[in-house]
Design a protein around this ligand. Structure first.
Ligand code: 7RM
Length: 634
């Protein structure tokens, strides 16, 4: 059994152990798992070359640690409870043994279609149980899964399929999200036509609408499953064999395919899940994240299932059919731990208390947040009205790159402070550095957040581009992993995450690169250039503000351009990346060397009309006044 800390003293003691003897600490945790062969040694690493190897030489299959390890005791316990988009449709429950059978059948389906260890399998599905089945079947046979969030456009999906070199795509006819039906297969078809690598598609029937099936390429999920065998021996994997690729946005260029490997990711997600949420036998745990993002991977699927937990997954959105939906689900399924994003809390808070009438919420024990900083007002609302003042809030800071939670309270153990992620978890060595790379020691300091020592859950590389991995994370502060976040360590040694210090913005917990949005906008034929910045948004955390230079107008005028820019972004990235504000400008504030002075644009987006600092190095300082004037009308 994975050890669970239960007191503050225990945390302090274990934390000390974990940083003075990390390999001893992690090998002890790893002993709780089932390995076909144990490691020769625990850790090899060199942050300068971005190399990390955990549990060297060990052999295992992660799914044996979900199924074979738990079946004897938990065969009849629900593994997944699935709550559909429409509350009048019946929910589904898959016990550990039922899920195991489905996973093995689907493993056989994949093998039957020629998928072998190391092949990449892309998954573009709505939030249905088959998504979990698909992930685990890949892991069972050693295929590398890459889930692409079903809100991404055909263009984005196509680029990711191509980058990963996916052979097979698992998708569905359509998807339900609130009152909308999403034409998933149509998007998938366009994406498959764009890339050269996908030769086979498996299509799940979800909405039942009629869709074209391409002969020889497309197969119905239910047809294939009918004839598949019930048992499938697990493939033996090396601890460092890739488990999945997950794309995330950075400050420059195309999204990066971060690679997570098997042994370390398994140990880290299971350990952090159990300890942060203090999951206990029989609890029902509900993570509202989509499996298209890392939170869904680590804390809806892997962490919980590796811990023998009951994990609730929800297909829909928090505001449909009404803004009480989360609370109805919590009451209906007697949820004990609930994990969501600050943006969801803020939007529900803004809709008022009526939606909490007649909701009991009595089973809740722990509340969690992730994805963006949580403001104090939202923290208190969550604490008082959802947790009824009796549930600790775990504000969990981590990233796609870190694989699992890094800085967070452990529920009921670490004293919390609103808007603070509080303390590092076991084995995590946060460091705060200034602009010059000098480490800031002691308390009451603020700077850039780095991590000084490897942890088992960290990403190992960027798919196909290790050099970019090194440059992005390990060169800014040589010898340290740089997170891209600003942080404060207060007088008590508590950590508060201040947000990104690079050109990444966080819109409703969706991570987007400003460069990515600019590229999409610049595709528009009437756009000369653009600059995108984030601005404080009361619900979304950050909104997207686009300054766009267009010198020629078409018939629609400014309004027409705005609409077609929105369309362009939707098509290139996805609807969630549409700018909240578009300001058409005659020029951007550039220095003589041609660099856009983003700090000015940031200030204007926040509503400032003066105090721009030194603008004498601008090629045309007058442009600032023009932009300020124009901003009032946006
Ligand atoms: C898990 C996830 C990562 C970025 C990260 C931060 C921000 C995440 C918190 C947070 C403040 C938090 N992965 N972030 N959690 N900021 N408090 N508790 O979200 O790769 O999609 O995003 O999200 O800026 O760097 S992610």
């Amino acid at each position: 059994m994975v050890p669970k800390i239960s007191t503050l003293g225990g945390y302090i003691f274990e934390y000390q152990k974990s940083v003075t003897n990390p390999t001893g600490f992690w090998s002890n945790i790893a002993e709780s798992f089932y390995w076909r062969k144990k490691w020769d040694h625990v850790l090899d690493w060199d942050f300068r070359s971005g190399y990390t190897n955990w549990f060297h030489g060990a052999k295992l299959n992660l799914t044996e640690n979900i199924f074979e390890r738990h079946l004897f005791f938990r065969g009849n316990q629900p593994a997944i409870i699935w709550e559909p988009n429409d509350p009048s449709e019946t929910h589904r429950t898959l016990t550990y043994s039922e899920l195991f059978t489905e996973v093995q059948r689907f493993s056989n389906v994949l093998k039957g279609l020629g998928i072998k260890k190391g092949d990449r399998v892309a998954i573009y599905l709505p939030m249905v149980p088959e998504l979990v089945i698909a992930l685990l079947a890949c892991a069972r046979i050693g295929a590398v899964h890459s889930v692409i969030f079903a809100g991404f456009s055909a263009q984005s999906l196509g680029e990711r399929l191509q980058d990963a070199g996916a052979k097979l795509l698992i998708t569905s006819d359509g998807g339900f999200r609130g009152s909308k039906t999403i034409p998933i297969k149509q998007i998938a078809d366009d994406a498959m036509n764009m890339c050269k690598c996908v030769s086979t598609a498996i299509v799940l029937k979800r909405t039942g609408e009629s869709i074209p099936m391409v002969d020889g390429r497309d197969h119905w999920y239910h047809d294939l499953m009918k004839d598949a065998g019930d048992t499938c021996e697990a493939e033996e994997m090396d601890s460092e064999d890739p488990l999945f690729i997950l794309y995330t946005s950075g400050s420059t260029g195309k999204p990066k395919g971060l690679v997570h490997t098997t042994g370390g990711y398994m140990v880290y997600t299971a350990y952090t899940f159990k300890n942060v949420f203090q999951y206990g036998d029989g609890d029902v745990y509900f993570c509202s994240a989509d499996i298209g993002w890392i939170t869904g991977h680590s804390y809806l699927v892997y962490g919980p299932l590796l811990s023998g937990a009951t994990s609730l997954m929800f297909e829909g959105v928090p505001t449909w059919p009404d803004a009480g939906r989360f609370w109805d689900i919590i009451d209906k399924h007697k949820v004990n731990q609930f994990y969501t994003a600050p943006t969801a809390i803020r939007s529900l808070m803004a809709l008022g208390m009526d939606w909490l009438q007649n909701k009991s919420l009595a089973t809740l024990k722990v509340l969690g947040t992730v994805g963006e900083p949580i403001n104090e007002a939202a923290w208190h609302w969550y604490h008082d009205h959802i947790g009824k003042n009796r549930c600790p809030i775990v504000d969990t800071w981590w990233q796609t790159e870190t694989g699992g939670i890094m800085i967070s309270p452990m529920a009921g153990i670490t004293p919390t402070k609103p808007s603070y992620a509080t303390m590092p978890l076991m084995g995590i060595q946060p460091m705060i550095v200034d602009q010059n790379g000098k480490q800031l020691m002691g308390n009451s300091v603020e700077g850039n957040l780095c991590i000084g020592y490897p942890w088992p859950g960290m990403a190992r590389t960027i798919w196909g581009d290790h050099e970019r991995f090194v440059n992005t994370y390990f060169t800014t502060y040589p010898g340290l992993y740089f997170t891209g976040d600003g942080v404060k360590r207060d007088e008590d040694g508590y950590y508060r995450i201040l947000g990104r210090v690079d050109d990444v913005i966080n819109v409703s917990g969706h991570r987007l690169g400003t460069a990515e949005i600019e590229n999409a906008i610049n595709e528009h034929p009437l756009v000369d250039e653009s600059a995108v910045v984030g601005f404080s948004h009361p619900i979304k955390g950050q909104g997207i503000y686009a300054y766009v230079v267009c010198t020629h107008f078409s018939t629609g005028g400014e309004e027409g351009i705005r609409n077609s820019i929105m369309m362009a972004v939707s098509t290139m990235i996805g609807p969630f990346a549409k700018p909240d504000k578009i300001q058409i400008v005659t020029g951007l504030p550039k220095t003589r060397s041609g660099k856009i002075m983003r700090r000015i644009l940031l200030k204007i987006a926040e509503g400032k009309t003066s105090e721009f600092g030194d603008i004498t190095t601008l090629l045309d300082p007058e442009i600032v006044n023009d932009i300020v004037k124009g901003a009032k009308e946006v």
